[in-house]
Design a protein around this ligand. Structure first.
Ligand SMILES: [Zn+2]
Ligand SMILES: [Zn+2]
Length: 398
């Protein structure tokens, strides 16, 4: 539950946070079918469920709104119109395409007759981004080719107004009648496709197509925290419509470029840091490059190779707050030693040889491993009944 008394959108649709668009659509369809007003007449409970699911779908099916919701919850959608639907007509006009498949398009508005205004097709644009851009958000101008109505002929495909003439087959009505027995049927004219007109001379700019390909630019604002495969929908930035119809939508799909320093893991970011033996043993301070610039990292005394140190809140923006930056420690073994280093290492080595060994192997190097193996082997043999002397003797013999 949220402070506004609103339920979580993922919970409403019964899906996990990370699911893809197809699953969100599927979940919504399932609920929409179940609580559809046609199936539940005069059931205000079903009506509420239907509206609630529709609101959840409206947000989660829109890449930009979803990213905001993931990051800020319901509050983050304040200016983006998630105030809910007031009536069913709103819902049907918003998701006509979904209901079209399921309810025979009966209530989904905007389906055009042939010859009338036509909505342009949707387009997809694959946009590559760096991990830093994904973390901080970015403004871009996209340039791509799209088709739109031919400006020379206004989408008619005719060279001029004079080259459009009445269809001779249907005499401009768009319908042709034929008789079968006592009944007269009428059907769409096949010559003009129901338009009632035909073109004597085609527009040369578009070769009669009514459409042309042109460069199109669009500005886009990517919100912080977007992940691989994240989608944003830009209304009416896709292919142009015909005869006054609206343009289709442009779907921008985000693809994150591999990074030679940062590695993303959900909302966390991982990097590695090499430290020397003395730094690992004594502890040290480092300035670590982060998604947002740099941060001071305290490597504690006695850090081990493979340890993960955490810089809280330095990861990617997430549903609540930010993820962390995890730094994996690599302890560097020097490949070349100066004579002074060599001397110091030897001194250190002899010092350690005299000390207490705490490792589980009971010794060092080859001798230690041999001793460990012998102990294990003799234990097995004793267990089997062999007369093997006790540990200390075995060790002195080895
Ligand atoms: Zn005709
Ligand atoms: Zn044209």
């Amino acid at each position: 539950m949220n402070v506004n008394g609103k339920r979580d959108y993922y919970e409403i649709l019964g899906v996990d946070n990370g699911v893809g668009d197809a699953d969100i659509k599927k979940a919504y369809r399932h609920l929409a079918m179940k609580y559809h007003p046609d199936r539940n007449p005069d059931d205000s409970g079903a009506e509420e469920m239907f509206k609630e699911a529709s609101e959840a779908y409206q947000v989660l099916s829109d890449g930009e709104k979803r990213a905001r919701y993931d990051r800020f919850g319901h509050e983050g959608l304040g200016g983006m119109g998630s105030q809910g639907f007031s009536n069913f007509d709103d819902i049907f006009s918003s998701f006509g395409d979904i209901f079209g498949d399921f309810f025979g398009g009966g209530r989904g508005g905007g389906r055009s007759r042939r010859g009338g205004p036509q909505r342009g097709r949707d387009m997809a644009y694959q946009m590559e981004m760096t991990l830093e851009e994904a973390a901080l958000g970015v403004d871009r101008e996209l340039e791509f080719e799209r088709t739109s109505e031919c400006a020379y002929c206004g989408g008619t495909g005719a060279k001029s107004a004079d080259s459009v003439r009445q269809c001779s087959a249907c005499r401009g009505s768009g319908q042709v009648a034929f008789r079968q027995g006592p009944i007269t049927y009428s059907t769409t004219c096949s010559t003009c496709g129901g338009a009632g007109s035909e073109i004597a001379e085609h527009c040369q700019e578009c070769r009669g197509e009514g459409r042309r390909t042109e460069k199109h630019k669009v500005k886009i604002k990517i919100p912080p925290g977007i992940d691989e495969g994240g989608r944003l929908r830009l209304r009416e930035e896709g292919e142009g419509g015909l005869k006054g119809g609206p343009a289709g939508d442009l779907f921008v799909v985000v693809s994150l470029l591999p990074h030679d320093y940062f590695h993303r893991d959900g909302s966390d970011v991982l990097t590695q840091l090499s430290v020397t033996f003395p730094q690992a043993a004594l502890g040290a301070q480092f300035e670590v490059r982060t998604l947002y610039g740099s941060s001071r990292l305290k490597v504690p005394r006695g850090v081990q190779g493979g340890d993960l140190l955490r810089l809280r809140g330095e990861g990617f923006p997430a549903r609540r707050g930010k993820g962390d930056h995890l730094v994996q420690i690599l302890v560097e073994t020097p490949k070349k030693l100066s004579s002074k280093q060599e001397k110091l290492f030897r001194e250190l080595e002899s010092l350690e040889r005299g000390g207490v060994n705490k490792s589980g192997w009971g010794g060092k190097g080859f001798a230690g491993i041999f001793l460990h193996a012998w102990r294990w082997f003799s234990r097995v043999l004793r267990h089997l009944g062999a007369n093997i002397p006790e540990d200390g003797q075995a060790a002195s013999r080895g």
